[in-house]
Design a protein around this ligand. Sequence first.
Ligand SMILES: Cc1cc2nc3c(=O)[nH]c(=O)nc-3n(C[C@H](O)[C@H](O)[C@H](O)COP(=O)(O)OP(=O)(O)OC[C@H]3O[C@@H](n4cnc5c(N)ncnc54)[C@H](O)[C@@H]3O)c2cc1C
Length: 509
Amino acid sequence: MEKFLSIPVSRRDFMKLATLSAAGMFMGKTLSPGKAEAAGGSFDFTGADLPVICEVDTCVAGGGSAGTAAAINAGKNGAKTLLIEKGISLGGLATQGCVYPCMPTFAYGSDTPYITELNRRMEVQGIAPLLGIETKGTYGGGGGVYVPDCLTWVYDEWCEEAGVSILYEASVVGAIVENGSITACVVQTAEGLGKIKAKTFIDATGDALLARMAGVPSEKGSETTGRNQPMSLRFEMSGIDVQKAHRYFHETLKDTWMDDGFHRKFAEDVKKGRTPFLEFAKSKQVEPLFKEAVKKGELTEDDILYIQAFSIVGKPHTMSMNCPEMPPLSFSATDAMSRSQAVTFGRKMTRRLAAFFKAHIPGFEGAYISREAGMVGVRESWRIRGKYYMEADDYFNARKFPDAVCRTAYPIDIHDVKLDLAKKLSKGEYYEIPFRALVADKVSNLLVVGRCASGSFAAQASFRIQPTCMSMGEAAGIAAAWGLKNNIPMADIRWEDIPEDKRSYVSGK
Ligand SMILES: Cc1cc2nc3c(=O)[nH]c(=O)nc-3n(C[C@H](O)[C@H](O)[C@H](O)COP(=O)(O)OP(=O)(O)OC[C@H]3O[C@@H](n4cnc5c(N)ncnc54)[C@H](O)[C@@H]3O)c2cc1C
């Protein structure tokens, strides 16, 4: 799993960090971490004579984990809903980004009804959730198994059932704001530019793009280092003898990354003819192999910043590689040129890593790259400043809220310099995400969900995982439909006013 590792900064990186942080620069652009700023680079389309592509009750921008949940819940609660996605599959990072598996929340009772139903739908495909096994590193909710290739059509089918229309290959490029409300968003499609009119909007772009274009204040990066979380370019390798690889890690290297519970699960999976669950990472037993490869020039220091791999349920002989991670000192997710350059850089790293695994890791002799992410792995870019601003303190104090939409105890997982935030909640403790963190203050009909919701860099490092993004989206969809039915503008909706049986989560229950 994307375990909550904070990567200690090396001496070499420290020197780079000192220079770059002092200048506050990334590829020539200045970051202003932690300071709310207005949108840059947006165009005023008010009065532009553009065709209206469609008119709906609720328009969701971005079909990732959060946006798809929002659209399905708005649709099934009676709102005429359009989901706009710039790619041709739903799931965002979970599908196009090859991010697998969903993380556990480490909070019991965190699975909201949408997650339970998604797990059921995956099980119908023969893919059972990983949770069910409790180990010292895995417990609570989340931990669903959303195999990318299968998730895309589960989502398509579910949207159809919920009456959600999907507009694929459409990029949101503008917001038309009149009297403090978004009246339409502008999209670029194969036909050219057009407008989508809606009564309410949900921004689930991951980059808070619609919100920023509508003038909602946002911020980016760490308040301490000035950097965004590092990006990754994930890939999958097939042709692996997973049992041989497991023997090598477990028996030869005595790798301590996975605990005994996982090894028992591996053995049980093999016995029952299921895809055995294997995970390996740059543990202290495995690290010398990578260091040796760096010495020999087969890999670079950057290549071995973060290495992790998981077998994929239902895809035997295939592993999902949670790497390479592009060096955060060189690339920024909030600089368009830099974000693009990171892809080319990452692709080179991928080739070197794959060649290394094939040459040196038993079980990988016949392995090859079978899938490359079609979307760069952005952990964090822009976050809005909403009605409530989540902070690390909410996590550390296990804070609860009357308008909570979900709970989690996932740690503050920063893939960069240690920021003294490694303390974890104890088993059984959790904090909650308030509905107000999804409400874009200043625009009356906009909610913002997923990794770009309102919170500090550190808070986002906890709430960014898929189950939490899904539950936020679920709540936004319910609230949007409920507000429309009851004639309450989004910005005035109080989650706790929605009848309990219509809410996906009730604080403390
Ligand atoms: C490398 C990496 C590893 C991770 N590992 C894990 C893990 O193991 N488990 C886990 O639970 N979480 C993990 N996470 C975190 C988690 O996957 C993400 O934070 C989460 O999926 C974000 O969901 P989202 O819906 O907010 O955004 P996204 O999944 O990014 O979805 C945003 C969607 O909006 C679309 N979009 C963007 N702009 C526009 C536009 N202008 N017009 C139309 N559409 C647009 C995108 O195409 C995308 O589909 C990882 C993240 C990364 C980057």
